[in-house]
Design a binder for this molecule. Structure first.
Ligand code: ADP
Ligand code: MG
Length: 684
C-alpha cells in the first residue's frame, strides 16, 4: 500500500482538482480512504422489466434502444431533452431537463440500460410512458456496466458530487489500483477462517458480484476491523504494564478489621473482585482495572478496601466521582465507614474555594491528606499530590478516556480502578474497555427484592400520590424525579418547581416536601441531602442530579415524572437509588410517550430489573454510536462491523487478537499487520 500512498487522488480518472476537494469533504484524502469509503446502502437494479409491463410507483431497469431524440432549447440555459426508447414491446420517453449536452451523448440505434420510475402525470393524464431523469448507461461493453442492471452501491454524498460520478471514480480507482493493496492479515488467520482476499473483499463491498461473495467480503472486513481494534487495545494495555508502578504490600489484618466492622458479609462476587484487585495492587505493574457491577451491587465497599490498602502502604488514595452530590455522599459515607481508622480524609469539589481550597491543596501537597474525594476539580493544574498510590474513578461512563490519562499524570504510575454501573455485555466490554482488565460483580447483596416498577399515565396522578401518601404515613421516604427545574414554555414537561407546588398544595400538603436541583449552592444541596438521610424530609423532588450513586436506604419509593423523556440507562440508574434495603421498593413512572422508542424503554423498565438486559435493550434501541457516546475507543469509527449484530465475529476477533499478541515478537513476525496497527494507534 505504501508505494502509492503519495499518489494523489486528483490524478485519478474522473477526479481532477475540483472533485478532489469534494472528495476531501467526505474525508477521502488518498486512495486507501477511497477504497474504504464503503457504500451507505445498495440498490438492486438487476431486475429488468419489459416496457409494456411497467407501471408508476416502481423503480425498474429496462434495456432499450434509442429510436429518436429531440432537444428543445428554452432560452440560454434552459432546455428539455427527450429520447424515445424501445425494447420491442413498447416505447418509453426519457426526459432530461437542462442537460443539453446529452444531445451529443445519445445516438439512435445505441443500446442503453435505464433505471427509474414512470412519471405518474404522463401515465395517467397523457397515457404515455415517460421517465424523468432516469439513470442511463450505455451497454456497449458489458464489463463496464456499473450504474444499472446490477446491485449498485449508494454512497453518502457531498455537495457537487453525484452518485454516478462518485461511483465511477471509485470503480475506476478499484480497477486501476486495487491490485497494489497488500493483505496484512496473517496467513494462518486467513486460512483458519477461510477469509477471502482483501482485494476481492474490498471490490465486492462496492460492487457485489452476488450475495454469497458479498457476505464473505463483509465478514472479512468486519473481522479485520475488530481484530485491529482489539490489537490496538491490547498493545496499549501491554505498554502501561511495561512501566514500573507501585508494588503494594498486603495488610491483611487491617482488611479483616475493616470487614469485621461492616454490618454485612461480602458477596462471593465482591470477594472475587477484591482478590483480583488486591493481586493487581501487589504487582509491580500498574493496575488498570475496570470494576463493573450493576447499581447497588456494592462497588463502593470494594473501592474503599483498595483505598485502605494504598493508605496503609503510605500512599495517598483518590476517589473521583462525576458529580458534586455524589462526591459529598461518598465523603459522608466513607467517613462513617472509616471512623476507627484515623485517616485524614478531604473533599475537593468545584464549590470549594478561597482559603478553604488553599488549605486542602496544602494538605494534599505535604501528605497530610490520606484520602482525597472529589470531582474533576481533583486534577486542576495547581494541585500537586504528594504521592498517589491509587486512583479510583467512580461511574466511568461519564469520563472520557483522555481524562483518565490526564488524572494518571498526577502521580507516578499509580494504580487505577475504574468503576462503572453500565453493564455492557462481556464481549463488548472487552472491546470498549479492551485496554483494561475486567472484574465483574454479577451478584446482588442478599435479600434484595426487585423494585416493583409500573408505568402509568397522567390520568392516574391522584391515585399514584394517594399510594405515596399511605407509604409516607408508614414512615417511608420518597424521591420524585422531574426532567426540568423550572417550568418551560417550549417543553411540555413537568418541572421540579411546578411539581413541588402541586404536591404541597394538593396531594402531600401534610408532609415535608423539598426541592433539590443543580441551581442550588453546594451548601444548600448538602444540607438537603443530609436532612433527607436523617429523615427530616419525606419527599425529595429533584432533577436527575440524584441519578448516580446517591445512597439513602430508607427511601424506597420513586415517582418519575415525564419518564418518556429519560433514556433507558438513566431510568435504570434512577431506579437504582431505591430498593437498597430489605423493604419492598416501588418505582412509578408517569409517562405519555409519543414515540415507539420511548414506549419500548418504558416497557423494558417494567419487565426487568436486570442491568445487563436493560443494557442490551438500550444498545438495540439506540445503536452503538449513541450508546457509547462519541469517541469511545474507536468503536464509533467502525466502518463495517456492527458490534451488536457481529457478536460472533467480535468474539473471534478478540480471541485471535489475544492469541496473536501473546506470540513473542509478533510484530516482527507479522510486519504488515504491525504496520497497519501502528497506523491505527495514531488515530484511535
Ligand atoms: P454501587 O455498586 O451502586 O456503587 P454501593 O456500593 O453503593 O453500590 O452499595 C449499595 C448498598 O449495598 C450500600 O448501602 C452498601 O452498604 C450495601 N452493600 C454492599 N455490599 C453489600 C453486601 N455484601 N451485603 C449487604 N449489603 C451490601
Ligand atoms: Mg456507586
Amino acid at each position: 500500500m505504501s508505494n502509492f500512498k503519495e499518489e494523489e487522488i486528483r490524478f485519478l480518472k474522473g477526479v481532477g482538482p475540483k472533485f478532489e476537494k469534494r472528495l476531501n469533504n467526505l474525508g477521502i484524502n488518498n486512495l486507501k480512504d477511497l477504497f474504504y469509503y464503503f457504500p451507505r446502502t445498495y440498490q438492486d437494479r438487476s431486475d429488468f422489466k419489459e416496457i409494456r409491463f411497467i407501471r408508476p410507483n416502481e423503480m425498474v431497469s429496462i434495456e432499450a434502444e434509442v429510436l429518436d431524440k429531440d432537444l428543445i432549447k428554452r432560452g440560454k440555459y434552459k432546455s428539455v431533452f427527450k429520447v424515445t426508447f424501445t425494447d420491442g414491446t413498447d416505447t418509453l420517453i426519457g426526459t432530461w431537463f437542462n442537460q443539453s449536452y446529452l444531445n451529443d451523448v445519445f445516438e439512435s440505434g445505441q443500446k442503453y440500460n435505464l433505471y427509474g420510475e414512470l412519471s405518474k402525470k404522463s401515465f395517467f393524464k397523457y397515457n404515455k410512458k415517460e421517465m424523468i431523469n432516469p439513470t442511463y448507461e450505455e451497454i456497449g461493453n458489458k464489463n463496464t456496466i456499473i450504474h444499472t442492471g446490477r446491485v449498485v452501491p449508494i454512497y453518502s454524498l457531498t455537495e457537487g458530487l453525484t452518485q454516478k460520478r462518485l461511483r465511477y471514480i471509485i470503480y475506476r480507482a478499484l480497477k486501476d489500483h486495487l491490485h497494489k493493496i497488500t493483505d496484512f492479515l496473517p496467513e494462518y488467520i486467513i486460512d483458519k477462517y477461510n477469509h477471502i482476499e482483501l482485494e476481492k473483499a474490498i471490490f465486492n463491498m462496492h460492487f457485489p458480484q452476488n450475495r454469497q461473495i458479498f457476505v464473505k467480503a463483509r465478514n472479512r472486513l468486519a473481522f479485520q476491523e475488530l481484530f485491529l481494534l482489539q490489537i490496538v487495545m491490547l498493545k496499549r494495555k501491554k505498554e502501561y504494564k511495561k512501566v514500573n508502578g507501585i508494588k503494594h504490600h498486603s495488610f491483611n489484618e487491617k482488611m479483616d478489621d475493616f470487614l469485621d466492622r461492616l454490618h454485612f458479609n461480602l458477596t462471593n462476587a465482591q470477594k472475587k473482585a477484591w482478590q483480583q484487585i488486591k493481586s493487581d495492587m501487589e504487582k509491580k505493574e500498574p493496575m488498570q482495572r475496570l470494576l463493573q457491577g450493576d447499581v447497588g451491587s456494592g462497588k463502593t465497599v470494594i473501592a474503599v478496601m483498595s483505598l485502605i490498602k494504598t493508605i496503609e502502604n503510605g500512599y495517598q488514595g483518590i476517589l473521583m466521582a462525576p458529580t458534586e452530590i455524589l462526591a459529598e455522599q461518598h465523603y459522608i459515607k466513607i467517613n462513617k465507614i472509616l471512623k476507627g481508622f484515623d485517616y485524614n480524609i478531604d473533599i475537593l469539589v468545584g464549590g470549594v474555594k478561597g482559603t478553604e481550597r488553599e488549605d486542602i491543596i496544602k494538605r494534599i501537597k505535604n501528605s497530610q491528606a490520606d484520602l482525597i474525594i472529589g470531582t474533576h476539580a481533583l486534577f486542576q493544574n495547581d494541585i500537586e499530590y504528594y504521592n498517589i498510590g491509587l486512583i479510583v474513578i467512580d461511574e466511568q461512563h461519564r469520563f472520557g478516556v483522555e481524562q483518565r490519562y490526564q488524572l494518571k499524570q498526577k502521580g507516578d504510575n499509580p494504580d487505577l480502578l475504574v468503576m462503572t454501573a453500565t453493564p455492557i455485555p462481556r464481549s463488548l466490554a472487552l472491546t470498549v474497555y479492551g485496554d483494561l482488565d475486567l472484574s465483574i460483580i454479577d451478584e446482588m447483596p442478599p435479600g434484595r427484592k426487585p423494585v416493583i416498577t409500573t408505568w402509568r399515565t397522567e390520568k392516574s396522578r391522584s391515585k399514584i400520590y394517594n399510594f405515596v401518601k399511605e407509604k409516607i404515613k408508614k414512615g417511608e421516604q420518597v424521591y420524585v424525579v422531574c426532567p426540568l427545574i423550572e417550568p418551560s414554555e417550549e417543553l411540555e414537561a413537568n418541572s421540579v418547581l411546578e411539581i413541588k407546588e402541586i404536591l404541597e398544595k394538593n396531594y402531600l400538603s401534610e408532609f415535608n416536601v423539598i426541592a433539590l436541583h443543580g441551581q442550588l449552592s453546594s451548601n444548600e444541596k448538602n444540607k438537603i441531602m443530609s436532612d433527607f438521610v436523617n429523615h427530616k424530609i419525606d419527599v425529595l423532588i429533584s432533577t436527575t442530579i440524584i441519578e448516580v450513586g446517591v445512597d439513602v436506604d430508607t427511601a424506597n419509593i420513586m415517582v418519575i415524572e415525564n419518564a418518556e423523556r429519560f433514556g433507558l440507562a438513566q431510568l435504570h440508574q434512577l431506579r437504582g437509588r431505591i430498593g437498597r434495603g430489605q423493604k419492598q421498593a416501588y418505582c412509578i413512572m408517569i409517562a405519555d410517550p409519543n414515540t415507539e422508542e420511548a414506549k419500548k424503554r418504558l416497557e423494558v423498565m417494567t419487565e426487568t430489573n436486570d442491568g445487563f438486559r436493560i443494557s442490551e435493550a438500550d444498545l438495540e434501541i439506540r445503536g452503538p454510536g449513541e450508546f457509547f457516546g462519541t469517541r469511545q475507543h474507536g468503536i464509533t469509527d467502525l466502518k463495517v462491523a456492527d458490534i451488536l449484530k457481529d457478536r460472533k465475529i467480535l468474539a473471534k476477533a478478540n480471541q485471535e487478537a489475544n492469541q496473536l499478541t501473546e506470540i513473542y515478537n509478533w510484530s516482527q513476525k507479522y510486519k504488515k499487520l504491525a504496520k497497519k496497527v501502528e497506523e491505527l494507534t495514531i488515530i484511535i
